[in-house]
Every structure is written in structure tokens, then in C-alpha cells.
Ligand binder design. Structure first.
Ligand SMILES: *Cc1c(COP(=O)(O)O)cnc(C)c1O
Length: 383
């Protein structure tokens, strides 16, 4: 902990390792040869990370800015959009589609469940939307949607647009291989950077949709970013220090396969720790970015979060909207280490004791240690 600042175990923003803070460095001019070389490296690293032969736009915004850019560049007023409402972030897709004048068809998913891909396929055949919007790792419920199966069910009948904000670098994602048209992400999640950078990946087939879309756009006109990127440039003043930190994060995240295994192991250990404390895992198909558990009836969720922050130096996340008070969320994405996770559970046990919640002391920490001590196995890539 730095001074009195609590260590972040929230599903974004996340702790930023010292080396990535330092990598931001000094301000160079965004039209200098130095910056172009850096941006060229970032372009390649991002295409490798999203697994696309297309282009990745780097925007100065939070993740919602990337979502807005995707919507504005694909939707024309009057288009039909099918939105998978899996939680707060699925709901944000709906709000954006409506803001850009789409006629929205919805698939409502019970909070904590993952969408049934065949239902998406059926609705695409019936409603004939131009685009399908969904979230890979629904950070508000901790559930993981099977994007590969959804894209297969859509079978090229509509553009597939995916929020991978909390899954990029955490779960396997194959943009081109799965047939995803656009994908959006942000710096303050799996990349382990400060908030402020948003990413929009455009697959090889996305260009014609972006050309065809008739929604007004200017700063978020992705054509500007694609054209500039082909010269290793950004269309406007680039957030140069953030881009330098991004370059360092993209180096650190390789080999990607090991990074995915690391997240799967942290997630398994976190789930084991929760269960050992009698805390029930909320989602049916849990994401490896965040572990969400149900708040037992006898526990005040807000009080626990406050005690952990004020007395134990760790910050976890409450439920949002209708899930406030009902669930709690433990983020383990980015560069969380195994010892960090043990310390989180030591704090969690301390907090539960302070809140007079009954549990067997030591069991959570032991379960986390036990899970982490097992060698990596086949199941460790997770779903
Ligand atoms: C964090 C997050 C976002 C973006 O939120 P911002 O606050 O705008 O960065 C979008 N989708 C998901 C799934 C997220 O976890």
C-alpha cells in the first residue's frame, strides 16, 4: 500500500505496476519520428492482442467512449440492433444504440447467467438486425458470455460487436477467427494501466459498415483513426504518455497464453477462497476477470466494503443498480500477484470478523493458498 491508499481489487480501475507508471515517461511531440516508431509498435501489439489483421483505433476516452465510437460508426438511424442485456454493460449497449437512433431488439439475460447462443441465432434469423451487440465478460455480474458460439450462431447474418473491456488479455479472444466485426476495450482493466485510453478494434470486414453508417460523428469518426494509423499516426493530439505506457503493457502481456493461464489460476483460487468462507459464487459461468459472490442475508455489504477500505487497506466493489447490497465483486485482472490475493483474503477474513459475520477463521486464506500451490493444469485456461 502507498501511504493510506487502499490497494485496488476492483474490476477496473486496477493496480498499476510501478514499471508501467514509469514507462509513461516524458512528453514527446505526437508528430515526432520517436512517437511514430512507438505508435507503430503499439499498433502491431494491439493487432496481436485482439487477434485481428484489421486496425485498432486508440482513443483518449474511457471504455464507454470506445463503446460510443463503435455504435456511432456502425449504426444508421432506423437500423435494427439486437442487444444482449446481460447486465449493466449490456444495458449500456442498448442506451447507446437508442442514442444513435437504432430500433433495438433485446435479449434479456437473468443477472448472473450467460446468454444462450442459439437464442441469439434464432433472433437474428427472425428479426434480421444489422448488428448484434454483446459483452464478453459482464463485469456487473461476473458472468462470461460465449462470444465464439454467439458469433457462430449469427453466422455472418449481422455484424457482431463485442465489449471485451474486462476480458481482453484475461480470456481467449479471437477477433478474426470467431468472426467478430468490432471489439472495444480500455486501459484500466486487463492491461493494468491507468484509466484514459479506449481501444476500438475493427476487423477486416468492418470498413464497409463504417463507411455506410449515417450517424453524425467527428472526434470518434473511426475512419480518421484508421487512415492515420496506416501512417503510424493518430488524427488528433495523442495521449503520448499513456501510449508509451501501453507499449510497455503490450510487451509485458506476452506471451499471451501465459497471461490467460495466470488469470485462470487467480480466478480459481478466488472462487475456492469464497466457497471456503461460505460465500456463494453468483454467476453460472464465471469470468476470470472478477469473482462475484452473493452477500449472505446476515451481512451488510456496504459496511464490509467500508471496513475493508478504511481498516484493511483493500478496496473491493459493490454491486451496481439493482444488485447493490446483493452481491460483492473482487477484481483479479491486470497484474494481481498470488501474494496479493492471499493478502486480499486475509483482509476479507478480518473484515468479516469486524462485521461479526460467522465463518471458520483461516479457511479462506488456506483455500486460496492451496489452490495456488497446485501446478497449472489443463483446466487453467478457463472457458
Ligand atoms: C469497465 C467497463 C466498461 C467501461 O467503463 P468506463 O468506466 O467507461 O471505462 C465497459 N464495459 C465493461 C464490461 C467494463 O467492465
Amino acid at each position: 500500500m502507498d501511504g493510506r491508499r487502499s490497494k485496488l481489487f476492483t474490476p477496473g480501475p486496477v493496480e498499476v505496476p510501478r514499471e508501467l507508471v514509469e514507462a509513461a515517461g516524458e512528453v514527446v511531440h505526437h508528430r515526432s519520428a520517436e512517437f511514430r516508431a512507438l505508435f507503430g509498435e503499439v499498433r502491431l501489439g494491439l493487432r496481436r492482442l485482439f487477434r485481428t489483421g484489421g486496425e485498432v483505433a486508440v482513443l483518449a476516452a474511457s471504455g464507454s467512449g470506445a463503446m460510443e465510437a463503435a455504435a456511432a460508426n456502425v449504426i444508421s438511424p432506423g437500423d435494427r440492433a439486437l442487444v444482449v442485456r446481460s447486465g449493466k454493460y449490456g444495458g449500456r449497449w442498448e442506451e447507446l444504440c437508442l442514442a444513435y437512433g437504432a430500433k433495438v431488439d433485446r435479449i434479456d439475460v437473468e443477472a448472473g447467467d450467460a446468454v444462450d447462443p442459439s437464442e441469439v441465432g434464432r433472433r437474428v434469423r427472425e428479426d434480421r438486425p444489422e448488428a448484434v451487440f454483446l459483452v464478453h465478460s459482464e463485469t456487473s455480474t461476473g458472468a462470461l458470455n460465449d462470444v465464439e458460439a454467439v458469433a457462430r450462431a449469427v453466422a455472418g447474418r449481422a455484424a457482431v460487436i463485442v465489449d471485451v473491456v474486462s476480458s481482453l488479455g484475461v480470456h481467449a479472444f479471437e477477433m478474426d477467427g470467431w468472426g467478430v466485426g468490432l471489439a472495444v476495450a480500455a486501459s484500466q482493466k486487463g492491461l493494468g494501466l491507468p484509466p484514459g485510453l479506449a481501444l476500438v478494434a475493427l476487423g477486416p470486414e468492418a470498413r464497409p459498415w463504417v463507411e455506410r453508417a449515417r450517424s453524425p460523428r467527428y472526434y470518434f469518426d473511426l475512419r480518421k483513426y484508421v487512415t492515420a494509423a496506416q501512417e503510424d499516426q493518430t488524427p488528433f493530439t495523442a495521449p503520448v504518455t499513456q501510449v508509451a505506457a501501453l507499449a510497455a503493457a503490450l510487451r509485458k502481456i506476452e506471451p499471451l497464453e501465459e497471461n490467460l493461464i495466470r488469470h485462470a489460476r487467480l480466478a480459481q483460487a478466488t472462487r475456492a477462497g469464497c466457497r471456503a468462507l461460505g460465500l456463494e459464487i453468483f454467476p453460472t459461468v464465471p469470468s476470470n476477470a472478477v469473482t462475484v459472490f452473493r452477500v449472505p442475508a446476515s451481512l451488510d455489504a456496504g459496511a464490509l466494503v467500508r471496513v475493508l477500505d478504511e481498516e484493511f487497506g483493500v478496496r473491493i466493489a459493490e454491486g451496481q443498480g439493482g444488485l447493490k447490497g446483493k452481491i460483492l465483486r473482487l477484481g483479479h485482472l491486470g497484474w494481481v500477484g498470488e501474494q496479493d490475493l492471499v493478502r486480499l483474503f486475509e483482509a476479507l477474513e478480518g473484515g468479516l470478523r469486524r462485521c461479526r459475520h460467522p465463518f471458520e477463521p483461516g479457511r479462506g486464506v488456506d483455500a486460496v493458498r492451496g489452490a495456488l500451490a497446485r501446478p497449472a493444469g489443463d483446466g487453467d485456461r478457463g472457458p
